[in-house]
Design a protein around this ligand. Sequence first.
Ligand code: FAD
Length: 451
Amino acid sequence: TTFNINGLISSLPDIEIITDTFQVAKLSQDYHTFSPILTTKLAGKVGDIVIRPANQSEVLKVAAACAKYKIPITLRGSGTGNYGQCVPLYGGIILDTSKMQNICWVKPGVARVEAGVKLAALDKKAHETGWEMRMAPSTYRTASIGGFIAGGSGGIGSIQYGLMGERGNLIALQIVTLEDEPRIIELRGDEVQKANHAWGINGIITEIEIPLAPAYPWAEIIVTFDEFMQAARFGQALASSDGIIKKEVAVFADPISQYFTALRQYIPENKHAAILIIAEPSLEFLPTLIEQYQGKVTYQKSAQEALKGTHLAEYTWNHTTLHARSVDHSITYLQSIYPADNLQTIEHMYHHFGDEVMMHLEFIRAGGKVANPGLQLVRYRNEERLNEIIRYHEEHGVFIANPHSYFIEDGWKRIIDPEHLKFKEMVDPYGLMNPGKSKVLSVAFAEDAGN
Ligand code: FAD
């Protein structure tokens, strides 16, 4: 490359730097491999070196060095993102936050942590005082909180609290800028949206203040159904029951459950299934609701029992795709939000595509209402057919957050707010942060980097 990497290395004498090409290549990867299209597009994209700052003052030094030498910088938490968010398109520095593991404090209903803290670690700490995270992705055991905020969207818990971007789900973000003299900026309240889900293009998040939820004893349940639409209607009815405290409502059309090897004994072939995580005090209300939709409980663990062994959460959200792909590697997926039309579009798509697009529904709250995102599994044929499937959905009013694109605007955040772009210009005047991931930002050094 044409970057002065050696100059940068010698200006950071006391900070951990990884130069081993095998390690660097590994730390340039994420889980975009769920997409055959991204796998091809991002092949061979690697950083030059990985830097692991131990704290904020080291981050400030790295930021100053990147600004001085004009070297691109791509943030990395645990690298579990699905869209190639932490794959560097133009080489440069991978800034790995995994040493920044400090939980600053936990108070009733709120915690402050460093960006590299693992979600499971924060959850454990919060539990000691009767609180827990409001929501977590199904990768909560490995994912970092900085990566979740910058690259994730929501997950287990979003049925109660909405997605991460919902007002109130994030209290403050502390950010280091990429200016000649990097500054520390604290965004609070609604201001946090300037750097929320920004894929590390809007400053380096160093600390996070996040609201917590009361921790309930969570029971785990599987219900099976003969008819897919009965399962979907049950999911909708449960999701809409505001008095029932819940953390997860997912519905899987046959044959998806057959990919859940460890759960197969509870979900016979040809059955459709719902996976539920419900607060124990609310369980009383489940049997009548299940009966109404002709479901059958085949698995139920109390909160105490659920602490051991299989966690049903690890079959939901994109873990569903992970399990399917471990059985059939040709399977890929879509991310969508169906129109609020009482499941008519879902029913139409279910019949229209049959087994080619297998229905996986996740119920959530969004803007005060129940919404039903789909993480449908797709039997992949080729790119043209995949685009045809996406187009058909869009023509029928389904919003697709395309997981086969590495552009931020093709995902959940369709348009970047002009205010946020202004913020970007201020915190990253040289356009060094995760360059190439936004359609509206030009890449200054694309040519001299040989791309
Ligand atoms: P990374 O992948 O390391 O980073 C994600 C993005 O954030 C990158 O753009 C990176 O540059 C940026 N970033 C990281 N740290 C910082 C920082 N300190 N400052 C600024 N930018 C930063 N996601 C969901 O939302 N919900 C799910 O339920 C879910 N399920 C998943 C299941 C599977 C099997 C897989 C493979 C992925 C899933 N994901 C899900 C995606 C991903 O696991 C989560 O979003 C996770 O929280 C990302 O955390 P991470 O630490 O791995 O982030």
